[in-house]
Each structure stands twice: as structure tokens, then as C-alpha cells.
Design a protein around this ligand. Structure first.
Ligand code: UD1
Ligand code: MG
Length: 451
């Protein structure tokens, strides 16, 4: 089968695109209609950054997850359309003697079903977290367990556990380093990271859904580079000093470890999971945009995070995927002193809203019980020197620090602003992160070799 033969992927792609549009419409239609039932069931929240107290339906991510998973299930026949046609097609499609009947790709189906299973577990966990407010130490290991089906399937197809060592470190480790079981540990941690990292970069209208939307679009753009387009153009990366090449319309050539068709199929799989996700997130964002009429809850953070872990692992581009999470990685590293108890962590770290000016200001954590330890002081002074936090002392002489989140960093650096401006700043930083990721992945790939 020629690589330039666009026949097999096209029906699946068109179906997936159709589902994405339906998913958008379904979510946009259902949220305002089902919201009141959530409020009645006490799944509601107060918008912390507004003057009004109207209860806003919480956990609307459950509607998004339901629509998303439903469409992924309905998509199964399309994903296997070429096989189904070949096996049980009309008379003309029936194989004649001597021609080998293609075997049903049970393996592909197990990849698909294990992905659905992980998404379902993530939905359940997110919803339970919304209802019961699960403790951090209990909810951290659950996505690791949810990723076991994915890892088993990865193992079954003898998934690669090598990493290409960046050139400057090759004298130590050689060109290829086999991480073996450690690679599986890394992939299971990826699912915990992607699910929780959205949840701690949250709290202003539109933040959760827009992060997921931009990452999903970035993954889609990356996938499109690997499809066998009937037309093509060449991106001259050597002008950027890169040793690798992208042939848009061929397949990305540098360091290709697998047969091309396999690579195409993996990225098609990723597209089929990402297109409906874009539809769902866009439909939700419509109602979650400032001033929000619906809150995502932890459910949306967990489902979208797990969807990214699924495609990163199953389509074998987990390192490229992590590059799209730059703002989340930064926010997580910055949050560590609060998450691990060196600095007090209030229930909500969202910026502070001033009713009089209508603007957001950095919110603060106060060392109420005891003054900062020496280690905590050192951390905070370093962060203050980098202009990431502001230190102060309140009227009662207690040490205060602006909460360690990227949203507060924006406010420290750019000054007070409106909520809707802050979410736009966040969106810009996410887009800038993705542009940088593409540059590192394809521009610098000759230097660092990530894939
Ligand atoms: C995480 C954050 C917490 C942040 C919260 C906001 C950490 C360790 N935890 O906690 O600091 O305050 O998310 O989502 O970083 N809300 C708004 N506007 C929005 C979205 C949410 O006011 O646009 C408020 C609502 O009151 C809503 C509540 O946040 O009910 C949801 O918080 P929840 O998801 O339960 O917080 P956590 O995920 O535990
Ligand atoms: Mg949350």
C-alpha cells in the first residue's frame, strides 16, 4: 500500500471530524439544560472572583466526559471500517481463493479499549473528587493504577523503552539508553502528572478548558505532520540549523525507528481521540468563558489529562507531549513548596478579587502557625530574587508570600488585571509554550533528539 494512498485514513478522519462537530454541539446544548439538575444535587460552587453569589453548576466535566466517551464508543466501527469492509463487504469485496483474508487487528482493538478504560477510571476518580474532596495522598496513586491497562498494551506490542541521549551527554551514556522498567514508571507518572497539573492551574473562568483545548490542537497539528498527504511541501529546517527534516506530505524522516505505516496509524489513532476532545472542550468553554455559567470541576481536569496521557503513551510520543505541558510543568515545580508542606497551602490559591477596583491581585499564603523554616526561607528568597513571588510581613508580624502559582506570577510581574485579561495571558503563554515545543521538537531535534 503506497504511503501516498490517502484511501484508508480518510473515512475514519472524516467520521472523527464529524463526531468532533457533534460533540461540540452536544456539549454546548446540554450544559445549560443539565446545569440546574447539578445545582439541585448540591454540585454547585460560588464564583470566588465575582461580586455576586449565584450558585454556578459544578462538575460539568461529567457532561463533557459522558459525551466524549460516548462518541469514542460510537466511533469504534469507523476505526475498523477498512477491515470490516474487507472481511464482510459486498460480493465484490469477498476474497477469492489464493488471496489472504486480512486478520482482524485484535491488537488495535485492545489499544482502543484499554484507552477507553483509562478514560472511564479518570472520569470516576474526578467525579468522586468533586463529591468527596479526596485527599492528595489518596488521589495521586489512582491515575497510576488507571494507566496499567495502557502500559500492558504498550508492553504487548514490544513498545520501545529506549531514549535517545542528547548529544552533550553521549560520552556518558552512549547514543541510546534503555530505561527498561523505569520507562514504564515514567509513563505511569505521566498520567498522574497530566491529570493533576490541570487541576492545580485552575480557578479562573476558562482556565481549565482553554489549557486542554490548546494542548489538544497542538497534538493535532503534530499528528497532521505524519499523515500521508496527497500534496506536500517541505519545511526547510536546515535554515534553523537543524539536521532533521519535515516533509509535510511525506513522513517526518529523521530518526524514524518504525515502519512508516505504523507511524501513520499511531498518529491517526491520536487524531481520533483528539478531534472529539477539541469539540468537547470548545463546547464547554463557550459556557465557562468569563463570566462563567458552568464550572468544570475536577472531572474535566482528570478526563482531559488522561486523554493526553492515553495518546502520548499509545501513539508513542510521550516526550513530545510533555513539551506541550511547559506552563503546567512550570506551575507544578513552582507549587512544590506548597504541595509538599514547606509553605502553608490555603484551600484556594486563586488570585484575590478586589470588589472596588474589579481587578485581580496576587493572593497570599500566611505563615500563621510558625515562621518559615530555614529551607523555606531560602526557597522563597530565591523565588523572590527571580521576581516570581513577593514577600511581605502583615500587621501582626507574620511572614506572607504570594501563592506559588503561575497565575499569581503573571499578576506579580504584569500588575493587577481583570479576570478575563488574566485568562487571555494564560492562553497566550500556553500558545507560546506550544510554539516553543514545535521549535524544540523539530528545530532542535538534531541537537537533543526528543521523540
Ligand atoms: C485547586 C487548587 C486551588 C484552587 C482551586 C480552584 C491547588 C493545590 N489547588 O483545588 O488552589 O483554588 O483548584 O479551582 O493548587 N472556582 C472559581 N472560578 C473558576 C473555577 C473555580 O471561583 O473559574 C472556584 C469555585 O468556587 C469552585 C471551586 O473553585 O467551586 C472548585 O475548586 P476545586 O476544584 O474543588 O479545588 P481543588 O481542585 O481542590
Ligand atoms: Mg479542581
Amino acid at each position: 500500500r503506497s504511503l501516498l494512498d490517502p484511501v484508508p485514513p480518510i473515512p475514519a478522519l472524516i467520521a472523527s471530524l464529524g463526531y468532533a462537530i457533534f460533540a461540540f454541539l452536544a456539549v454546548a446544548y446540554l450544559i445549560p439544560r443539565l446545569g440546574p439538575s447539578f445545582v439541585k444535587a448540591n454540585l454547585k460552587g460560588r464564583d470566588l472572583l465575582k461580586t455576586y453569589d449565584t450558585p454556578i453548576p459544578e462538575s460539568q466535566g461529567l457532561i463533557c466526559a459522558a459525551v466524549y466517551i460516548l462518541f469514542l464508543i460510537l466511533f469504534i466501527p469507523f476505526a475498523f471500517s477498512d477491515v470490516v469492509l474487507n472481511l464482510r463487504g459486498p460480493e465484490s469485496h469477498k476474497p477469492t481463493e489464493g488471496i489472504v483474508v486480512p486478520e482482524f487487528p485484535h491488537h488495535k482493538l485492545s489499544v482502543y479499549l484499554s484507552s477507553l478504560l483509562s478514560l472511564l477510571i479518570a472520569t470516576l476518580l474526578g467525579f468522586l473528587d468533586d463529591v468527596f474532596d479526596i485527599r492528595w495522598r489518596h488521589k495521586l496513586p489512582i491515575p497510576i493504577i488507571a494507566s496499567i491497562p495502557l502500559l500492558m498494551v504498550y508492553y504487548a506490542e514490544q513498545g520501545n523503552t529506549n531514549i535517545v541521549v542528547p548529544i552533550p551527554l553521549r560520552f556518558l551514556f552512549g547514543t541510546l539508553l534503555n530505561l527498561g522498567p523505569l520507562y514504564y514508571v515514567y509513563m505511569s507518572l505521566l498520567s498522574t502528572f497530566s491529570t493533576n497539573s490541570f487541576n492545580i492551574l485552575a480557578g479562573i473562568n476558562g482556565s481549565e478548558a482553554s489549557q486542554a483545548l490548546i494542548i489538544a490542537i497542538s497534538v493535532i497539528l503534530n499528528d497532521l505532520l505524519y499523515l500521508p498527504w496527497p500534496f506536500g511541501f517541505h519545511i526547510p529546517l536546515h535554515l534553523l540549523g537543524s539536521q532533521s527534516e519535515i516533509d509535510f506530505g511525506g513522513v517526518y524522516k529523521a530518526g524514524m525507528a518504525y515502519g512508516s505505516m505504523e507511524l501513520v496509524e499511531r498518529h491517526l489513532f491520536s487524531l481520533c481521540f483528539m478531534l472529539p476532545l477539541v469539540g468537547v472542550c470548545a463546547g464547554f468553554l463557550y459556557h465557562n468563558w468569563y463570566p462563567a455559567r458552568a464550572f468544570p470541576g475536577d472531572t474535566l481536569c482528570y478526563v482531559t489529562g488522561m486523554a493526553f496521557a492515553v495518546v502520548g503513551i499509545q501513539a508513542h510520543f510521550s516526550k513530545t507531549l510533555l513539551l506541550f505541558f511547559i506552563p503546567q510543568i512550570f506551575n507544578f515545580l513552582l507549587s512544590c513548596p506548597q504541595l509538599f508542606g514547606f509553605v502553608p497551602c490555603p484551600r484556594h490559591r486563586v488570585p484575590r478579587f478586589n470588589k472596588d477596583t474589579g481587578l485581580l491581585y496576587p493572593s497570599k499564603a500566611v505563615f500563621e502557625k510558625r515562621p518559615p523554616s530555614r529551607l523555606a526561607s531560602l526557597m522563597l528568597k530565591t523565588l523572590a530574587a527571580l521576581h516570581l513571588v513577593e514577600l511581605s510581613v502583615n500587621e501582626t508580624g507574620q511572614q506572607e508570600v504570594t501563592n506559588l502559582t503561575i497565575l499569581n506570577v503573571f499578576l506579580v510581574q504584569l500588575g493587577p488585571m481583570k479576570e478575563v485579561t488574566l485568562v487571555k495571558v494564560l492562553i497566550c503563554s500556553q500558545i507560546a509554550g506550544s510554539v516553543f515545543a514545535f521549535f524544540v521538537r523539530y528545530g532542535l531535534a538534531g541537537l537533543v533528539h526528543v521523540n
